[in-house]
Design a protein around this ligand. Structure first.
Ligand code: URA
Length: 180
C-alpha cells in the first residue's frame, strides 16, 4: 500500500483488520500534531486513554512528552507524534513481532508523507520497529533515508526513573542544532 496523501492514508488506517488487535481496540490511534512536522516522535502503542480518545499520548506519558517538547523549545506546528502500531494491545502489553509487522506499512507511509527532518524514537519498541533492535546507541544520531534519527527514553520510563531526565536534557542540548 502506497498512499499519495496523508489524508488518504489516515482514512485507510481505521479500516485495517490485518491483525487481531482490531478486534479488541476501541479505535485506531493515528497522529497528534502537525501535518508537516520538522520533528516526528515515534512512540510505542496506544494505551487506555489513547484507545478511548483516539489521540496519541493524551495520558500521563503524554504530559511527560509535553515536557520534552517544551525542553526542546518546539512550536506547535513543528512536531507530530505517531505510534509503531495503531491499536491498543490488551492490558498495555508490548506489541509483538507480528503486530509490528502488520502495522509496518502504515508506519513507513506515515514517515514518508510527514517527511520530517528529524525522527525521534521514543524507547526500544520504536527503535525495533523502525531500524531494528539495538541499532542506535544512547547518544547516537544517524542519518536514515534523509532524516536524522535519534533515540530518547520513552516518556513513561521517565515517570518511573526521573534520574534519567538530566542525562536526556544533556543529549537534547547536544543535538539542538538539528532543529533550531
Ligand atoms: N505510550 C505510547 O507509546 N504511545 C501513546 O500513544 C501513549 C503512551
Amino acid at each position: 500500500m502506497n498512499c499519495v496523501s496523508l489524508e488518504e492514508l489516515e482514512k485507510q488506517i481505521p479500516t485495517c483488520t490485518s491483525c487481531p488487535l482490531h478486534e479488541t481496540a476501541t479505535q485506531k490511534v493515528i497522529r497528534k500534531g502537525s501535518e508537516n512536522p520538522k520533528i516526528l516522535f515515534i512512540g510505542e502503542a496506544p494505551g487506555k486513554n489513547e484507545d478511548e480518545t483516539g489521540v496519541p499520548f493524551c495520558g500521563r506519558a503524554g504530559k511527560v512528552l509535553d515536557q520534552i517538547i517544551d525542553y526542546m523549545r518546539l512550536d506547535e506546528q513543528e512536531w507530530a507524534v505517531i505510534n509503531t502500531i495503531k491499536c491498543r494491545p490488551p492490558n498495555n502489553r508490548n506489541p509483538n513481532k507480528k503486530e509490528l509487522q502488520a502495522c509496518r506499512s502504515f508506519l513507513e507511509n506515515q514517515i514518508e508523507l510527514l517527511d520530517p527532518k528529524v525522527i525521534i524514537l521514543l524507547g526500544n519498541t520504536a527503535e525495533t520497529a523502525f531500524v531494528g533492535k539495538g541499532t542506535l546507541g544512547w547518544g547516537e544520531c544517524r542519518e536514515i533515508d534523509g532524516s536524522k534519527v535519534l533515540k530518547l527514553y520513552h516518556p513513561a520510563a521517565l515517570i518511573y526513573t526521573r534520574s534519567r531526565i538530566p542525562e536526556q536534557h544533556q543529549f537534547i542540548d547536544a543535538n539542538r542544532k538539528l532543529w533550531e
